[in-house]
Design a protein around this ligand. Structure first.
Ligand SMILES: Cc1ncc(COP(=O)(O)O)c(C=O)c1O
Length: 393
């Protein structure tokens, strides 16, 4: 019998802790699931219709590795209109398998063994995993509750060395909901020019912002064209998590290298999803507005409900569909707290340490769930957490 001889890099890439909790509750309908970030909305009808039409019209074959050129043209129009980014559909835009597809390819084409990549902590778990996969050195940038979990140029500058190859940004951020202010984005852009590093800007939650500031996108700022790779995902914006489609733009040599690599990994994202994505971004945006309004209502319910629970400390997040309350008052590791909550009142949350070392002391609760589930979860938490707090004192 041959023993599995897995390559060493497998050890450096962590398994998802979110999936660990999620897998524990699979098939249990007594549990209110606030774990994985899957919008509870169905994909809007006109997008599904475009996919059916694509099948009927025979768009069922391989496409260019960067995606259909007419779809890339539609993406170029979106990037200009929504994000202020001018990009050539032929050489500077590609379709990817969700935001994830862009993230992994960007790391693999840019990061050399030993290069340092600064990434947000707490942050989306794959940001760390991709740097490790590329054999880079992952340098955590602590996001702090005190400044709304935003990134500051000053915070980044303290971590920059002559080995810094790239900075990963994600605003609004998963898991904290924190956003980076326009003022800081401009300063970060200046720092990137001065210190000469790339920026990988994960815009997966671009559509879900609740603050009043009109967001700037770092890829649109002066001097950023040659050093920013921006990725946008249809998953969250249009409730299309299962369609696996995203948009990536950046310097032509980077997009060219990513396109070449994509050929060897998935060839291209599904032709049908590409056509559906074009319909999503060029069609009416009312569906996005409806989702945003609903998420805002749910965010307010979630924040108000949690703020009333003794021991839970939370400020309203500026975006995405997660809250990240400080639960350090309970005096236990957050994985244990998650298990206690799950076992006692059947509410599934995720421990902050699942999102990096600096996430310990916090919990992530996703509010892309029905309002009814959120209210029920809050009631359950309110019956349990105050008792637990008294016991732990
Ligand atoms: C910050 C962030 N980036 C990227 C992704 C990847 O999403 P997808 O590959 O579905 O676009 C996610 C998914 O949760 C995310 O939270």
């Amino acid at each position: 019998m041959v023993h599995a001889m897995l390559a060493e890099r497998n050890q450096f890439v962590p398994a998802s802790e979110i999936r660990r909790i999620y897998n524990m509750i699979l098939g249990r309908d007594d549990v209110i699931d606030l774990t994985v970030g899957i919008p509870d909305f169905d994909t809007p009808q006109h997008i599904k219709q475009a996919a059916k039409q694509a099948i009927d019209d025979g768009f069922t074959k391989y496409t260019h590795n960067a995606g259909f050129i007419d779809v890339r043209q539609v993406f170029a129009d979106k990037l200009k209109r929504d994000n202020g980014i001018d990009a050539d559909p032929v050489s500077e835009i590609m379709a990817t398998a969700g935001g994830m597809g862009a993230l992994v390819l960007a790391n693999l084409v840019l990061v050399e063994p030993g290069d340092e990549v600064i990434y947000p902590d707490p942050g989306f778990v794959s940001h760390y995993a991709h740097v490790k996969l590329a054999e880079g050195k992952a340098i955590p940038l602590q996001l702090k509750k005190e400044n709304g979990f935003g990134v500051t140029a000053e915070g980044v500058s303290k971590l920059v060395t002559d080995k810094t190859k790239m900075l990963v940004l994600n605003s609004p951020n998963n898991p904290t909901g924190g956003v980076i202010s326009n003022e800081e984005l401009k300063k970060i852009a200046e720092l990137a020019i001065e210190k000469d590093f790339y920026i990988l800007s994960d815009e997966a939650y671009e559509k879900f912002r609740y603050d009043n500031e009109k967001p700037l996108f770092i890829g649109s700022l002066p001097g950023m064209k040659e050093r920013v790779v921006s990725l946008f995902s249809l998953s969250k914006s249009y409730a299309m998590t299962g369609w696996r489609i995203g948009i990536c733009t950046g310097p032509s040599e980077v997009i060219g290298a990513m396109t070449k690599l994509q050929e060897h990994v998935i060839a291209m994202p599904t032709s049908i999803s590409q056509k559906a994505a074009a319909a999503a971004v060029e069609g009416s945006q009312d569906c996005v507005k409806e989702m945003l309004d609903t998420f805002k209502e749910r965010r307010d319910i979630m924040v108000k409900g949690l703020q009333q629970i003794e021991g839970v400390d939370l400020q309203p997040p500026g975006g995405a569909f997660y809250v990240f309350p400080d639960v350090s008052a309970f005096g236990m590791e957050t994985f244990e707290l998650v298990m206690r909550i799950l076992n006692e009142v059947n509410v599934a949350t995720v421990h902050g340490s699942a999102f990096g070392h600096f996430g310990e002391g916090f919990l992530r609760l996703c509010y892309a769930m029905s309002t009814e589930s959120i209210e029920k979860a809050l009631q359950r938490l309110d019956t349990f957490l105050p008792k637990l707090l008294r016991k732990s004192k």
